[in-house]
Design a protein around this ligand. Sequence first.
Ligand SMILES: [Zn+2]
Length: 366
Amino acid sequence: MTLRQSLRLGSIAGIPVGLNWGLLVIAAFFTVNLAVGILPATAPSASAATYWFFALVGVVAFFGSILAHELGHSVVAQRNGIRVRAITLWLLGGVAELEREADDPGVEFRVAVAGPAVSVALAMLFGGLAYASLFLGAAVLAATLGYLALMNGILAVFNMIPAAPLDGGRVLAAALWKRSTNRHDARARAARAGELFGSLLLVVGLVGFLFGEGTLVMAILGLFLRSAATAERRRARSLEALSTASVEASMLPLVTPIARGITLVGLEAMSGGYPHPVAFPIRGAHGIDGVVASTAIDDTPSARRPNTVIDDLMVEWRELMHAHVNEPMSGVLTRAGEMGKHHVLVCDSLGRQLGYLPLDPALVPA
Ligand SMILES: [Zn+2]
């Protein structure tokens, strides 16, 4: 998931860290809640200035804790060869943006668990420090540290609920994946759990709000979780459908070669259009130079078609990986990952070239 970083804070371990303005809204809310509510109630008879000072320190330390949680995910991901694009802190916590998904359930599990593990460690650390400060008679400091221990504990427990995109949902997906070996199905099921949990939060939050018992924040969180989970489930299901399809059903059949230099408008006039997507081999001076999918032509805006020549859309022949028409798609995707290729020339047993298959980069293992 991508969030706009409104303010870049710097970078840690080579990962850009930033925050979204939404965070400042919730930070202000937490600060006021601590300064005039929680701290005076837990440690009475200190000055207002003391409460405000500790409230500010507490909120900054809380967002530092969220950052540490995300760094937990990020460090484990990077150790397993998954690059982290950015960490963004926002209204409802933090997001570490991983470049790709894990390619085995063990890695998925470890990356997911690392964040809550950091939160549990911080909860214990702050709890111990709170106890020590209470012993030393520093009541407001103890209350602030106790608050931090509690918030980190809540962060760990809430994130371990088995509902994607929460960390517990990733753990659930890893467990299902290990049992069934179908990663897309596992992720779709974990996302389904996320949709149900999001709906539950939404309903409980709204009903509670109407009867004056709950908060609207819970309903907003539920709505957000549910829509993120729906997007994940749809993506997983479409990846699953693609990865189990046959090469023959997915390829674009090759039609008669056409010469280089023709414009897209010229090609349309010449070919008269095709009822189904096809692929055009492109003939150069010394044979076939490459291939163009009719879908790539369809994707070109009509204003640009008179000035776009077919060469501009061409995938070079040498960029193509060969596959047999009866080969299962999963095998083709694995080989494409090993060879670092995203384009396939489909042949039969006699070596006849039948079709072209552009691969979705999201499906090719890195
Ligand atoms: Zn997490």
